[in-house]
Design a binder for this molecule. Structure first.
Ligand SMILES: C[C@@]1(CC(=O)O)c2cc3[nH]c(cc4nc(cc5[nH]c(cc(n2)[C@H]1CCC(=O)O)[C@@](C)(CC(=O)O)[C@@H]5CCC(=O)O)C(CC(=O)O)=C4CCC(=O)O)c(CCC(=O)O)c3CC(=O)O
Ligand SMILES: NC(=O)C1=CN([C@@H]2O[C@H](COP(=O)(O)OP(=O)(O)OC[C@H]3O[C@@H](n4cnc5c(N)ncnc54)[C@H](O)[C@@H]3O)[C@@H](O)[C@H]2O)C=CC1
Length: 221
């Protein structure tokens, strides 16, 4: 299994099926910023009906047909008909579309991880089909470990990285400063940092660490 992060904004994502599992997958897609979800199914859960009514997804109230795979970036075979899901997956592969089959333990396309989101921080856990329940348990543990304070911290880290990329020309120094900044995360309730001051303090910390390292190696004796 090979993990990747996909940008789905502006992409066509097709969901076949409108049941409980389809609803969970659609909500995950919307959280990920997908804005081109097309759902094909005669029946919908109340939750999916709401999403269709407010325009978050496009609903086509009819059964699957082979041409539905055309032009999709991703496709989910999420019906309760195992044979149909297999056929949908075959159609997708033939069309070169990445497919998730909800009733396969080891999907030949892609599988979904359990996800913790803290703003730009995304932690994903997968047991590769061996145990969705274990993935959920580990997700819960990570939720406790990495709280909402990471959301603001990530905003600051991104700003610092943009700042350092333009103001520190030495590549090695840049790398060291950004690594030190990551060590400081999370920042607690602090919200706004001055990038110049932060960079200076990281430089000072780098010097301190360097001296400690020298002492450790016996250089200052
Ligand atoms: C292969 C995979 C393909 C895919 O769907 O991508 C797959 C397949 C199957 N799941 C089944 C069962 C359950 N799946 C869940 C829940 C989740 N399943 C998810 C992913 C995956 N499920 C992929 C592998 C991930 C991995 O192993 O790490 C999560 C993490 C992400 C998501 O779906 O978005 C989401 C948690 C979201 C969250 O809470 O964060 C629960 C618990 C619940 O519903 O509360 C149960 C019941 C308990 C149990 O079985 O453990 C069955 C048997 C169906 C049957 O019995 O008929 C199959 C098919 C089979 O095994 O053949
Ligand atoms: N991947 C996962 O995490 C999990 C997967 N599953 C699997 O997911 C499957 C679906 O489960 P639920 O969503 O609970 O089922 P469900 O019965 O709630 O929904 C099935 C949906 O498929 C639609 N459908 C049926 N034939 C169709 C067709 N020809 N074209 C388009 N849509 C069609 C129905 O209209 C309905 O909306 C189950 O068979 C089960 O094997 C179950 C639990 C977890």
């Amino acid at each position: 299994m090979y993990p990747i992060m996909l940008q789905l904004r502006g992409e066509r994502v097709v969901m076949i099926g409108g049941g409980r599992i389809a609803e969970r997958k659609v909500k995950g897609l919307l959280e990920a910023g997908a804005d081109g979800v097309v759902l094909i199914s005669s029946q919908l859960t109340p939750g999916l009906q709401d999403l269709a009514a407010c325009g978050s997804i496009e609903w086509q109230g009819r059964p699957y047909q082979s041409s539905d795979v055309e032009g999709a970036r991703l496709l989910f075979a999420a019906t309760d008909d195992l044979e149909l899901n297999r056929r949908i997956a075959e159609d997708s592969r033939r069309a070169g579309v990445l497919v998730n089959t909800v009733d396969e333990a080891e999907g030949r396309g892609f599988v979904n991880p359990a996800v913790v989101r803290r703003g730009d921080l995304l932690i994903a856990v997968s047991a590769s089909g061996a145990s969705p329940s274990l993935s959920i348990r580990l997700k819960r543990e990570l939720e406790q470990q990495y709280g909402s304070e990471y959301t603001d911290s990530l905003v600051q880290l991104r700003k610092l990285r943009d700042y350092v990329k333009t103001s520190v020309s030495d590549v090695l120094e840049r790398e060291i400063l950004l690594r030190l900044a990551a060590e400081e995360v999370p920042f607690g309730s602090e919200t706004e940092k001055d990038m110049q001051a932060w960079t200076d303090s990281l430089r000072a910390k780098r010097l301190e660490d360097g001296q400690r390292e020298d002492n450790h190696n016996g250089k200052s004796e």
